[in-house]
Design a protein around this ligand. Structure first.
Ligand SMILES: [Fe+2]
Ligand SMILES: [Fe+2]
Length: 218
């Protein structure tokens, strides 16, 4: 079956809108199911001091919010893409991001903490931005993916420096996500991404800073 023959590429725009709304509600309110086991499962259970557990939870909450936004971005870009093949590309990436969402949520549960209370807000904001990129055009939309994934990868690298050394399960999750975000950027680049202008990249960094510093606490 070619990508264009895939049943998902034959849905009407209204069907796609409904499917996207359903996906958004499940991302924000339901417990995601991972297709692959979490990398944390390869680690022995660890003991963390209260201070370290609190720091790990804050960082994993930020990473979880990043994955909520990844779902919103890929879903909105798939919704507005004019190319059925590209729509499936975005959907496939969203599927891998769903594992990230589930892994970070599982780790937050294990750390006895919670996901961001503002998840619906982050999802809505990211969905609006992804929709705008999608409406501008596929190459810009792909350029947006490249820049987002690169910024997330740098962010995850900084978390590997900040996470407690003893928290091997969280570190395993973040390390695997970092590898996969780099590949998502590369895939989008190979699919024909257009480089974004410097002021847009800067605006994205500033928006990400507001989100990460808020999600650290709530
Ligand atoms: Fe991710
Ligand atoms: Fe990604």
């Amino acid at each position: 079956m070619t990508r264009q023959d895939h049943p998902a590429s034959r849905l009407s725009p209204f069907d796609r809108l409904l499917a996207s709304a359903d996906h958004g509600l499940r991302t924000v309110f339901a417990k995601p199911l991972a297709a692959r086991p979490s990398p944390a499962r390869q680690c022995e259970p660890v003991y963390l001091s209260a201070e370290h557990a609190k720091l790990s939870a804050a960082l994993m909450r930020v990473n979880h919010v990043g994955e909520v936004c990844a779902q919103a971005l890929y879903q909105s870009q798939a919704l507005f893409s004019r190319d059925p093949g590209l729509r499936l590309h975005f959907k496939a990436a969203a599927q891998e991001e769903l594992d990230h969402l589930a892994w970070t949520q599982q780790r937050l549960d294990e750390l006895g903490s919670h996901k961001s209370h503002l998840s619906p807000l982050w999802y809505s904001g990211a969905f609006a931005i992804g929709s705008l990129a999608g409406l501008i055009g596929d190459r810009v939309s792909l350029g947006f993916v490249v820049e987002t994934e690169r910024q997330v990868e740098q962010h995850l690298a900084s978390h590997l420096e900040r996470l407690p050394q003893a928290d091997l399960p969280s570190r395993a999750v973040v390390a695997q996500m970092k590898l996969e975000e780099a590949r998502h950027a590369e895939d989008a680049e190979n699919a024909g991404a257009q480089a974004l202008a410097a002021p847009i990249k800067l605006a994205m960094r500033l928006a990400a800073r507001v989100m990460t510093s808020t999600a650290h606490h709530i």
